[in-house]
Ligand binder design. Structure first.
Ligand SMILES: Cc1cc2nc3c(=O)[nH]c(=O)nc-3n(C[C@H](O)[C@H](O)[C@H](O)COP(=O)(O)OP(=O)(O)OC[C@H]3O[C@@H](n4cnc5c(N)ncnc54)[C@H](O)[C@@H]3O)c2cc1C
Length: 640
């Protein structure tokens, strides 16, 4: 059974991080050069960590499967990044950001981590502004803010609709500087396919060069995974197509616990699915809910009418009606379920009936078209590119889609997994968002982890490791892990079945969306738990991976990732089945209040479920870490 010690420091909540930093062990500058740290991933979390650790003097090896760090999925983030700066003088504070995040996560995250996140949020903005990130500014020069869901203050910093891109360029320039100095060795198009554990500690990885197929061993004193989220287990999602779970899944199979896999986020404002051959979905940023109003017709029979032909009196602005305090800025889980509900009632718009309107006509009256263009122009352009409709003239049609995963590898307060020496950052860990993430909080968390947390906590760990004690890559554990990778690649190529990888990914996605998506039931999850192993069996009998393993082969890459999704999907459904309550993005139909809101069971489920691999074909072990709330009182979330 895994040891889940959260290592939350003692003392008052607001002092914990300061005291912990002061109590952490240090590595002297001459010794820092002797340690090698592997960072897998160069999205916001990985690039910020790799650059910062190299600045500190550690030797860093940074691996990414992309051809450039600039292609990490972080580049897609549109809306913004939260920070408790209170520039608007509207009542924000570190405590309020902390409280909103705990409440937004439906009381399923660790208080101490979330408080630290709120504390360092203010430093992130300074760091990025100093790097030259072009945040939007007010007329007088101060950084501008807008509002995001689940908050009644404006604390979201942004760079038009390209915040992730601008932040990533900042982190990438810091990383490039360290590549230039020799502090970071960057390996692009290099996919980590196994974790090497020696003497119970993470000491290296096995990597496959995606261009040549060469498999190599890399040893280190510590390994950091910053490999992003696993939402593509649903196939259709707002993620970049390449985002995958392989790094964290293979680490799970080497002993790292996987926490709360069923906590997935469905974002309310995405362009609806249009057909079977679609490979991805597109987000319309939550920032649009600052000025856009969401509605459906009051009467079913109006749903196919042109929106302009439906008079004001016949429109149901259902979020404003149901949640008057937060209105269109209700948190994502709540707004998504409300959209599902009105569509289930037969009032959804568009041919499929799976759509609601996001209407800017009031905003255009108030701000003028130029004012709306100034704020959201590039998002309107994206919408036009995809739908051939102008949202200046007619409301956008939107529907919820898979967008983010709150679950991930379990980590303690130091962001270290239960495998000593293995740290996990950004979306890849389960840390701060509980059962539902608030908008603009992922970028904040990824950069908090990389720029401000890991530089302290990795040092605290390395100080316990003798310089020069990292194992040689000739150790038997490296040999075994390399054989494991080679064996898997050979097995995928040898099936020579009839169906392409995408066929299985699509079918898995359908099972996941229908049976473990916005609403889940015991019967549905039990069905999924039968269907997924059967599909996996079929995959291994009938998948067709053309080409070979010695050249660039994208079918082979995606086959390995889908093979992992076919295992992870099962764990996700098992976790959803065993969590017999509704909270945040995890909605079990059996557990709801008469008005359709989530019914938590704090007595039985106020804990993190951390699953431990027990071997192929065996049921994983469900460990728990209790969640104790000292500063915040658990209550039923209320956005009304
Ligand atoms: C469309 C969209 C818009 C969003 N907008 C916002 C927003 O406005 N605000 C906000 O806060 N959040 C937003 N998010 C969420 C946010 O973008 C992500 O949660 C965040 O960027 C994840 O960063 P990351 O560094 O953890 O991972 P990623 O950016 O996904 O980076 C993962 C890295 O790991 C590498 N990698 C993965 N696996 C391997 C492997 N096996 N071997 C080698 N390398 C590997 C990849 O190459 C990549 O470099 C948005 C998400 C989407 C989908």
């Amino acid at each position: 059974m895994a040891q889940l010690d959260s290592k939350v420091p003692p003392g008052p909540l607001a002092d914990k991080w300061r005291r912990h930093k002061a109590d952490s062990k240090l590595v002297n500058p001459a010794n820092k050069r002797k340690y090698e740290v592997i960072v897998v991933g160069a999205g916001l979390a990985g690039a910020s960590a790799a650059a910062t650790l190299a600045e500190l003097g550690y030797q860093v090896k940074n691996f990414v499967f992309h051809d450039s760090p600039r292609r990490a999925h972080s580049i897609a983030a549109q809306g913004g990044i939260n920070a408790a700066k209170n520039y608007q003088n509207d009542g924000d504070s570190v405590h309020r950001l902390f409280y909103d995040t705990i409440k937004g996560g439906d009381y399923r995250s660790r208080e101490a981590n979330v408080h630290r996140l709120a504390e360092v949020s203010v430093n992130i903005i300074d760091q990025c502004a100093a790097q030259g990130v072009p945040f939007a500014r007010e007329y007088g020069g101060l950084l501008a803010n807008r509002s995001f869901g689940g908050a009644q203050v404006s604390r979201t910093f942004y760079a038009r609709g390209q915040t992730g891109q601008q932040l990533l360029l900042g982190a990438y320039s810091a990383l490039s500087r360290m590549v230039g100095t020799g502090g970071v060795q960057l390996f692009t198009q290099s996919e980590m396919l196994d974790l090497v554990v020696v003497g119970g500690q993470a000491k290296g990885i096995i990597v496959r060069d995606l261009v040549t197929g060469e498999v190599s061993r890399h040893a280190a004193d510590a390994v950091i995974l910053a490999t992003g989220g696993y939402g593509n287990v649903f196939n259709l999602s707002t993620y970049a197509r390449g985002s995958n779970a392989t790094a964290i899944w293979r680490a799970y199979k080497r002993g790292a616990c996987f926490a709360n896999p069923c906590f997935t986020q469905i974002h309310p404002t995405c362009i609806p699915v249009t057909g079977d051959y679609q490979s991805k979905l597109t987000l319309m940023s939550e920032s649009l809910r600052n000025d856009g109003r969401i509605w459906v017709p009051k009467k079913k029979e109006d749903r196919l009418k042109k929106p302009a032909d439906i008079p004001e009196a016949d429109r149901d602005y259902y979020l404003e009606r149901m949640y008057p305090s937060f209105g269109n800025l209700a948190p994502r889980d709540i707004a998504s379920r409300a959209a599902k509900r009105v569509c289930d009632e037969g009032r959804g718009v568009g041919e499929s009936g799976l759509g609601v309107y996001l209407d800017f006509s009031d905003a255009i009256k108030r701000l003028g078209e130029a004012g709306v263009r100034e704020r959201y122009g590039n998002l309107f352009d994206i919408y036009h590119e995809i739908t051939n409709e102008s949202a200046y003239q007619t409301p956008m049609r939107i529907y919820p889609a898979v967008h983010y995963t709150m679950g991930g590898l379990w980590v303690d307060y130091n962001l270290m997994s239960n495998v000593p020496g293995l740290f996990v950052l950004g979306e890849a860990n389960f840390s701060d968002h509980g059962a539902n993430r608030l908008g603009a909080s992922a970028l904040m968390q990824g950069l908090a982890d990389g720029y401000f947390v890991i530089p302290y906590t990795v040092g605290d760990y390395l100080a316990t490791q003798k310089p020069g004690s990292r194992p040689s890559t000739d150790a038997p554990e490296f040999k075994q892990a390399e054989e494991n990778v080679r064996g898997l690649v050979a097995r995928l190529l040898a099936v020579k079945g009839k169906e392409p990888v995408s066929h299985f990914h699509k079918r898995l996605g359908k099972i996941m969306w229908e049976l473990c998506g916005m609403a889940r039931t015991k019967a549905g999850l039990e069905k999924a738990l039968k269907e997924i192993p059967a599909l996996r069996e079929e995959f291994w009998q009938n998948v067709n991976v053309p080409g070979d393993g010695g050249t660039l082969n994208q079918s082979l890459e995606s086959a390995g990732r889908v093979a992992d999704f076919l295992e992870l999907g099962e764990l996700l459904c098992l976790d959803a089945l065993e969590r017999e309550e509704s909270c945040g993005g995890h909605f079990r139909e059996e557990y709801q209040y008469p008005d359709g809101e989530c019914k938590r069971d704090d007595e039985k489920f106020a804990h993190v479920a951390a699953w431990e691999f027990q071997g192929a074909g065996k049921k994983p072990l469900r460990n728990t870490e209790p969640l104790n709330y000292e500063a915040v009182k658990m209550s039923v979330r209320n956005y009304k």
